[in-house]
Design a protein. Structure first.
Length: 225
């Protein structure tokens, strides 16, 4: 039996390794900076951005290992299928950045260097332009109103009367029993009238809810709940 070890590193040069990993690092870092500069919500994570850079380099390494060998590609799919990710992606936009660094890593790993550079520059430019000029932004400011009321009694009509006076539109989105049935929590999405303030809505609702808790969440369109 032949137990001779075979090193396949010679299928690509040291220069290929250095250029692929360095270019994937630089382009992924640029994408990371673009993500940070255009991020608006409160869910920014330094770990996520660092993971983007690591992922770009890892994909580049994987593509060099796989090369044009179909057997290695299937073996890689089988090995990665056991990996499970438990962290939920809070924004759909974050998924786009993940696929972007994966694409850049694949391009650098397969030595399409010019394609990787041009694609990264073009897509980052599109992201910056969309952020700068607010493409597809819906200029409607809504608030979330949470009202707690005793389970007995008809409080809904009184609450809606207050909302009619202070808002231009409102919608009941949930009704939940809390504290073991001692209270009922109503959640509305509302749009305050022009010039109206959330601070005016809270005391008005407190008067018709027997002094129970009233919460107004502002700017929920730009935050993660």
């Amino acid at each position: 039996m032949d137990f001779e070890l075979q090193d396949l590193t010679g299928t690509f040069s040291v220069a290929d390794i250095v250029v692929s990993l360095t270019l994937s690092f630089l382009l992924s870092a640029v994408i990371g900076w673009v993500y940070r500069a255009t991020h608006r919500n409160i869910s920014y994570s330094q770990s996520y951005v660092q993971t983007l850079i690591i992922l770009g380099m890892l994909i580049s390494l994987i593509m060099m290992v796989v090369g044009s060998n179909i057997a290695r590609a299937f073996a890689l799919v089988g090995a990665l299928s056991v990996v499970r990710f438990r962290n939920a992606i809070k924004e759909t936009r974050d998924v786009g950045f993940i696929f972007l660094v994966m694409g850049i890593g694949m391009a650098t790993g397969t030595r399409f260097y010019l394609l990787a550079i041009v694609a990264a520059a073009a897509i980052c430019l599109v992201i910056v332009v969309m952020y700068r000029f607010g493409w597809f932004q819906l200029n409607v400011q809504r608030q979330v109103v949470k009202v707690q009321v005793p389970p007995e009694g008809n409080y809904t009509a009184a609450i809606q009367d207050v909302l009619i006076r202070h808002t231009t539109e409102f919608e009941l989105v949930s009704m939940e029993s809390i504290r073991g049935g001692a209270l009922t929590e109503l959640m509305y999405t509302v749009r305050l009238k022009k010039g109206g303030e959330p601070g005016d809505l809270i005391p008005a609702l407190s008067e018709v809810t027997s002094g129970q808790r009233v919460t107004v969440l502002t700017g929920y369109d730009q935050t993660d709940l």
